[in-house]
Design a binder for this molecule. Structure first.
Ligand code: CA
Length: 418
């Protein structure tokens, strides 16, 4: 599919992240106004609350866009999702009869503040990148035992905290926790020394379910995708993780990009999962291409200095698709709700420069990276800004996600001081 042209001129640039082909959904506010739903088109945001109020866009009898989340719209179901996309294209395409009515409802993105685009009832994080799992497993257990025996049969995950999911641009404070160094017999309570990122994609459940669903049903139920940075305290994790997995190591923050890129926008970029070493059991077997060809990148900038690209990889490196993860998630009967967020797991590729965490990039701190500023890093230092970027490259257009940004600020002197 080629670039669809819009009367919003900035949307027609081949490298702009928000052409008419994309139309991602966010929540924004401008000075002194309420948070409401908006759709990105070029450098502008279409104010969906205003579009609904003026009758330009009507999808349901009750107003769903004058709200600080997209959950009510998602809950209308996939027919409504298709109807809105079709109507937005009609309104925003070159030569649209609605241009005069829509033009006053555009807000410059530069004047807008972005907020969480949805309410996240529950957040689950997976561990479905083979290169990442192999790298981490090799560091912790040796190359022979890198992948746990279950890994090639089920997408491993754990239930995370929805309450600490935050929107891009929110600072992240370095956590305190129990750390135990190999030289000591007992742990100490200290600020984290090995604070890290995890480059992930987040899948958003748009249709609720109650009981086991198939992989195809799971794919149908996914509304869209965001970039996701699952901030991780490696030293807290190393002490706490056996036998129940990460807990406080992953409880500080999970940042997501502000725009939900819909499954429809990503349709031309579907790819297959890699070849299987073991045939998957029927309930999570592939039934079509359900991964996406999305180029991913991480930059790191020390306080007040230029950014260095520290990793480049692609979402198609995953072993399991989000649809397989969602299907697996429901196997034992767990209901899924509109807005539930599924982290893919860290997305690393085969080469060193493809690694999606500092733990891997610095090989557990043994091989510090050198930034373009000349500084070295094994893990994140206070004041460092980490940015995740994602782009799918089409025929003369780009489907971008909008940056997922987070700056790490110093730990409190005393986290229990009131
Ligand atoms: Ca993770």
């Amino acid at each position: 599919m080629p670039l669809m042209k819009s009367w919003v001129a900035s949307a027609n640039d081949a490298n702009h992240p928000f052409p008419l082909n994309n139309l991602p959904y966010g929540v924004f506010s401008t000075d002194g106004t309420e948070e409401r739903c908006g759709v990105a088109i070029g450098d502008m945001i279409l104010d969906m609350a205003a579009a609904e109020e003026t009758g330009l866009i009507t999808i349901s009898e009750i107003a769903v866009f004058d709200a600080p989340y997209w959950n009510e719209f998602m809950d209308l179901g996939s027919d409504a999702w298709a109807e809105l996309r079709a109507r937005l294209i009609e309104v925003l395409k070159e030569g649209s009869a609605d241009q005069a009515k829509a033009e006053p409802l555009l807000v410059a993105m530069a004047d807008a503040e972005m907020h969480m685009p949805l309410v996240v009832p529950e957040y689950t994080d997976f561990y479905a990148g083979r290169h990442h799992a192999t790298n981490v497993g090799t560091m912790f257990r040796g190359a022979e035992n890198a992948l746990p025996p279950n890994w090639l049969h089920i997408p491993i995950g754990y239930n995370g905290r929805a309450s600490s999911v935050i929107v891009s641009g929110t600072d992240v404070r370095r956590p305190w926790g129990q750390l135990k160094s190999p030289d000591h017999d007992i742990p100490a309570f200290l600020p984290c020394r090995r604070f890290d990122i995890e480059l992930e994609m987040g899948a958003i459940v748009g249709t609720s379910s109650d009981g086991p669903i198939t992989v195809q049903e799971a794919d149908d139920n996914i509304f869209g995708y965001v970039l996701l940075n699952d901030w991780s305290a490696r030293d807290i994790q190393a002490w706490e993780y056996q036998p129940l997995g990460p807990f406080q190591a992953k409880a500080t923050a999970t940042s997501i990009s502000p725009w939900i890129v819909t499954k429809d926008a990503l349709e031309p970029f579907r790819t297959d999962t890699p070849e299987r070493e073991f045939e998957l059991l029927d309930h999570i077997k592939d039934c079509g291409p359900m991964l996406y060809d999305i180029d991913l990148e991480v930059t790191m900038a020390p306080d007040g200095k230029d950014a260095t690209t520290i990793a480049r990889t692609n979402y198609n490196e995953m072993y399991y698709s989000a649809a397989q993860q969602l299907a697996h998630h429901t196997t034992a009967g767990s209901p899924m709700n509109v807005g539930d967020l599924l982290g893919s797991g860290t997305i690393s590729g085969p080469e060193k420069e493809n690694r999606g965490s500092l733990l891997e990039l610095s090989w557990g701190g043994k091989e510090p990276m050198t930034l373009e500023t000349g500084e070295t890093r094994s893990f994140i230092e206070d004041g460092d800004t980490l940015i995740l970027k994602g782009n799918a490259k089409g025929d003369g257009y780009t489907i971008g996600f909008g940056d997922c940004v987070g700056t790490v600020i110093a730990a409190l002197d005393d986290p229990y001081k009131r």
